[in-house]
Design a protein around this ligand. Structure first.
Ligand code: NAD
Length: 468
């Protein structure tokens, strides 16, 4: 199901071969390297977002019932902001960076030259299908590469909209969209790329990395994990609750890589926190959240079954303190809170990626660190506290892709910090200048003249030369 120029063409290894050759040729022509080409493509993306806002919002509604405001804020505006920043900073980013030299090379000068990598492959995921396709694409364009975008087949309306719009707005000789699922992605992965940027789960991340290894291709893997929220006592519980809700259910109904996955709090705090969550959830989504227009649906029936299985697991089912309602026909699951969940339950074994929020209780808040560290390194970790010492301990002992103190998910919107995982939550990062860097080779260049040759470099190697 390749959507390139010809419809109904099978996109196999041979087609992928032809495509990469085309991209290599266009890259070799130098077209994508110029500042003008990069800027014109970036400006066209802003234009596309402005002229097709409704279509994009509509595609996201079809794929996920994503509320309009969420689509505008988290997908469209973020893409436009990334573009605007790249347009503003590109000249500066592209400029060679002066570097210091040493006595050994005297006289000399040095610089770091940002060089485009070549032909790059971007494979994106379904949960923010517009943002997660466009944001890395912006980095690849800003860095001056030729590229293929492979959107997620799990969000088909957005995938087909991207396949339609990108060739209308962007230079289709250097920026291609290939739609499809496993077989199309596998055909692309057979090819030699200069970088592969993959967003999705760790199982496929391993497939991508193994394919890349055959060609020694570097990868960025934007993966997931179980992002914890530690809630200490002595805080403004209402504000904390609202910020947890915004990061969990307000982000695609929990189907976001940096959504709070579980909470750890003390036994003393748990009751207050649950009461506050119940009150605020009802205020935000009403008495029947299954009918709320402000919550996305579950993406498909596979994910619906996966989530309901987690909810129905014996050890967990008795602990639902809020929610639990579901509507299979419409793929909706209400915001659900589970209290005193055992650490060995199924729901604690995998990333939830949905509207279920387990709360684990500990005797003292510092015990939360060991629970977090007993799992793989998360993509994000959150701490609500007023205690300076606890903040320091948290930062010292918890390794995560990103950390936010006293809020959730907001590091995503700070373009001056890198966004990416560590350990099993991924490798490499992007956003802002980091997106440009992700698709750039930093070439070391040293300049010498014919003045001042160091004879110590040349034989005969007599120690006397060192004393000169
Ligand atoms: P998905 O099902 O859309 O898959 C991601 C991509 O992998 C798709 O383009 C798909 O076609 C491709 N793919 C699937 N199976 C493949 C195979 N066998 N071989 C080659 N390609 C294959 O998305 P998903 O994996 O369900 O996404 C959810 C996961 O992604 C979660 O773990 C989430 O935390 C993570 N995620 C991470 C980020 C981030 O920025 N770090 C963002 C979003 C999602």
């Amino acid at each position: 199901m390749a959507t390139m120029e010809e419809e109904n063409t099978v996109f196999d290894v041979e087609a992928a071969n032809v495509l990469t050759k085309e991209l290599r040729d266009v890259f070799a022509s130098g077209k994508t390297r110029s500042y003008e080409w990069r800027i014109s493509q970036l400006k066209s993306i802003v234009k596309m977002c402005d002229e097709h806002e409704e279509d994009i919002v509509d595609a996201l509604r079809q794929d996920l019932s994503k509320p309009q405001l969420e689509s505008i804020v988290y997908e469209l505006t973020m893409v436009k902001n990334s573009c605007t920043l790249a347009i503003k900073e590109l000249k500066h980013w592209m400029m060679p960076e002066k570097a210091k030299t040493s006595l050994t090379t005297f006289p000399s000068s040095a610089e770091i030259v940002s060089e485009p990598l070549g032909a790059v492959l971007i494979i994106s995921a379904w949960n923010y299908p517009f943002l997660l396709s466009m944001d890395p694409l912006i980095g690849a364009i800003a860095a001056g590469n030729a590229m293929v975008l492979k959107p997620s087949e799990v969000a088909p309306a957005t995938s087909s909209l991207l396949a339609k719009l990108l060739p209308e707005y962007l230079d289709c000789s250097s920026i291609k969209v290939v739609e499809g699922a496993v077989s199309e992605t596998s055909a692309l992965l057979e090819q030699k790329w200069d970088k592969i940027f993959y967003t999705g789960n760790g199982r496929v991340g391993r497939i991508v990395m193994a394919a890349a290894a055959k060609h020694l291709t570097p990868v960025v893997l934007e993966l997931g994990g179980k992002s914890p929220v530690v809630v200490d006592s002595g805080i403004d519980i209402q504000i904390a609750t609202r910020r947890i809700i915004a990061g969990k259910w307000g982000c695609n109904n929990g189907q976001a890589c940096i959504s709070p996955d579980y909470i750890i709090t003390t036994k003393d705090c748990a009751e207050k926190l649950v009461d506050s969550l119940k009150k605020e959830l009802e205020a935000f989504y009403g008495k029947n959240p299954l009918e709320s227009k402000d919550l996305s649906r579950i993406v498909n029936s596979n994910h619906f079954s996966r989530l309901t299985k987690l909810l129905d697991e014996d050890k967990v089912s008795g602990k639902i303190v809020y929610g639990g309602e579901r509507d299979e026909a419409n793929l909706r699951i209400a915001p659900t809170i589970l209290l005193s969940v055992p650490q060995n339950s199924l729901i604690m074994k995998e990333e939830i990626f949905g509207p279920l929020l387990p709360i684990l209780t500990v005797s003292k808040i510092e015990d939360s660190f060991d629970i977090i560290k007993s799992g793989t390194k998360p993509l994000a970790a959150y701490l609500f506290t007023n205690n300076k010492k606890l903040k320091e301990q948290f930062l010292m002992s918890v390794s995560a892709g990103g950390v936010v103190i006293n809020d959730t998910t907001l590091h995503l919107a700070v373009h001056s910090v890198p966004f990416g995982g560590v350990g099993e939550s991924g490798m490499g990062s992007y956003h802002g200048k980091f997106s440009f860097d992700a698709f750039t080779h930093k070439k070391a260049v040293v300049y010498r003249s014919f003045v001042g040759d160091a004879y110590v470099r040349y034989p005969p190697y007599t120690l006397g030369k060192l004393r000169l």
